[in-house]
Structure formats: C-alpha cells, structure tokens
Ligand binder design. Structure first.
Ligand code: 13P
Ligand code: SF4
Length: 331
C-alpha cells in the first residue's frame, strides 16, 4: 500500500519529498488540465509561481477572477485572506492554499472580537474594511475594499455617514488625504511596506534623478509624500509600462519587479530600500509558498480552505457589495 502524506496543520503544508529532477512546470500544467484547476497568483509570489499561473493580479483582480471561474479547483498562490475570499465566493469549489501558514500582518493586527468592541465604541459608524483581513472581520464589516477601489468606495458613501476604516492605518490616512473624508482608523500596518526608509529613498532619488517613485498606499506617509504614483500592485505595474520614463524606484514588495521587467526589459527598476540591510521588502508570508508546495497541494488536494457557513454568508455580503460598487473600476 502506498503511503499518502497527510497535512500537518502545524507546518501548514504537505511535507513530502519532491524529486529535484521533476519538471514542476509540466507537472503543474498537466494537473491543471486533468483536475480542471485554475492557478491564481499574487504579484508577491516567487517568479516561478508567477510564470506558471493562469492569472496574476492585485487583490481586486484576483477576487474578480475567483468570482467568475468555472474551475473545479482554485489553487490560490497568495496569502490566507485571499484564499479565504475565494472560498467565500465559491463554497462549492475546492480552494487550495499551498501553505496554510501564509498569513498577513495586517489581518493579524485586527482580531474580530477586538473590532466588534471597537464598533461598539463608535455607534452609527459604517465599517469599511480593507480586504487584507480575516473572514471574521469581513463578517463584521459593511463594505470591503482593496487598494484599487478604496477611494472610489469611500467617496461613494454619503458625506454625513461616519466611517470606521480597518485595518491599515497607512492606507486609511492616504484615503483621508485623497477623499477628504474624516474616518476613524484602526491602527494596523503591513510589516513589509512599513520598512521602506525615507532617508534611503531620498539618497536613491539623488543618485537616479530621472527615476519616478512608484509606491503602494500601505507605505507610510514620509515615503508616500515622495511618490509620483501611488496605487495597487496592478496600477504600479501599468504605470511603469505606459509611462515614457525609463527608470522607476518601486516601493512595494519586490515580487512585482518580475512582471515589470518582463513588460519593459529596456527600463530600469530599482527596489526601494528598507531601513536596515535586511531583505524585509519580501513578504515573509507570501514567500512561504514555493513552486514545490504548489505542486504538492495540487497533487494531494490539500491544504484546503474550510469555513463555517454562517461566517461565510456574513463575510460574503460586504464582498458582494464591494464588487457591485466597483463594477467598471479598473484594477
Ligand atoms: P494589492 O495587490 O491589491 O495592491 O495588495 C497588496 C498587498 O499587500 C496584498 O497583500
Ligand atoms: Fe500582508 Fe503586507 Fe504581506 Fe501583503 S505584503 S500579505 S499586506 S504582510
């Protein structure tokens, strides 16, 4: 009898040997056909995963793809809240996450019971939550947003309606500046985007005076204030592709540089440096996924996302509201 490896919930992935001589690209492609599986990947995944994905996108693009797929299996190469969102939208399909421990510091910063208590302290407020949060937090929210549609969604809310914005304080502050709406902010942050250093960014600008600065709104204000363009990963990618400049300093997780360099091989892309000499501009959660883990999760169809139906239904409502409100809004 052949031993089938089982998922160890502590390690978070199927821990089985993978022959280093196996062509994982061919194997994954074969399983996609055989199992009617689709592989969705975020820009912060390692280049190999991006290269084998059926769709690479930002959080809004990925949620839209997950909502419209007819695949039997969705393999989500991203972090836990993204796979959870795909499951919320697809209760009847199998949703796989290569490593269950691929979390998110923003989602961790906002436990659902604490948000419930915060809501009680701010009666009458509408809760707009960034998609980087757990299903439990989504279930307590009125509308979900992503970095692509947040300004549009906040601006669509009647001006006399008080708003709580959770969990990212940096995106929240950026939205307050952009929309001129006064919102009560949850004090969460992304460990990756908060590491970028204004001091080092300025030094880079002196060294590359022609380069434009592209930044994700999860960065802190001292970095955002030097940005020529602020937007989601997809909009950062598009801006660099369509803009006539030939050098860009990029303040977001450096996985995105893979597509930017493929789009415009003749241009120069310089990752914005973190304050210390570490590799902190790689998301330690996103990077838990590897091409081997993608292969193993497809082969053994585990780790699979599961969710209580009451939570799923409560979390579905604000996601659907986001998809309706941002119909026609580009990523
Ligand atoms: P977007 O790709 O939606 O801009 O989000 C970035 C991010 O931090 C995802 O975790
Ligand atoms: Fe979360 Fe930041 Fe990693 Fe995105 S980059 S998954 S926001 S920790």
């Amino acid at each position: 009898m052949v031993d089938i490896p089982v998922l160890d919930r502590e390690t978070g992935f199927i821990d089985a040997p993978v022959d280093p001589m196996l062509n994982l690209f061919e194997e994954i492609e074969r399983m996609k056909q055989e199992k009617n599986a689709v592989l969705l990947a975020h820009y912060y995944q390692e280049p190999d995963i991006q290269d084998i994905a059926d769709y690479i996108g930002d959080s809004l693009g990925l949620a839209r793809k997950a909502a419209e797929t007819d695949a039997d299996i969705i393999v989500f190469a991203g972090v836990h809240f993204m796979a959870e969102t795909a499951k919320i939208l697809n209760p009847g399909r199998k949703v796989l996450l290569p490593d269950l421990n691929a979390g998110c510091s923003l989602a961790d910063s906002c436990p659902a019971p604490e948000l419930a208590a915060f809501k009680k302290r701010h009666p009458g407020h509408l809760v707009v939550s960034y998609i980087n949060c757990t299903a439990g937090v989504k279930a307590l929210s009125d509308i979900i947003c992503t970095s692509s549609n947040a300004a549009h969604i906040v601006s669509s809310i009647p001006e006399d309606q008080p708003i709580i914005f959770a969990p990212d304080r940096n995106l929240g502050r950026h939205l307050v500046r952009e929309t001129e709406r006064d919102m009560v902010l949850w004090e969460g942050a992304c460990i990756v985007h908060e590491t970028f250093s204004e001091r080092k960014l300025l030094r880079l600008k002196v060294r590359y005076p022609e380069a434009l600065v592209l930044a994700h709104p999860e960065c802190e204000e001292p970095v955002l204030r030097h940005a020529d363009h602020i937007g989601s990963t997809t909009s950062i990618r598009r801006f660099a592709r369509e803009n006539a400049h030939d050098a860009f300093i990029v303040a977001t997780e450096e996985g995105i540089l893979h597509q930017m360099r493929k789009d415009s091989p003749e241009k120069t892309f310089i990752p914005a440096p973190p304050e210390s000499g570490c590799e902190c501009s790689r998301c330690p959660h996103m990077r838990l996924n590897t091409i081997e883990k993608v292969y193993l999760c497809m082969r053994f169809e585990d780790p699979e996302m599961h969710m209580e139906e009451t939570v799923r239904l409560a979390a579905l409502r604000p996601i659907e509201r986001m998809l309706e409100m941002s119909e026609g809004v580009g990523t």
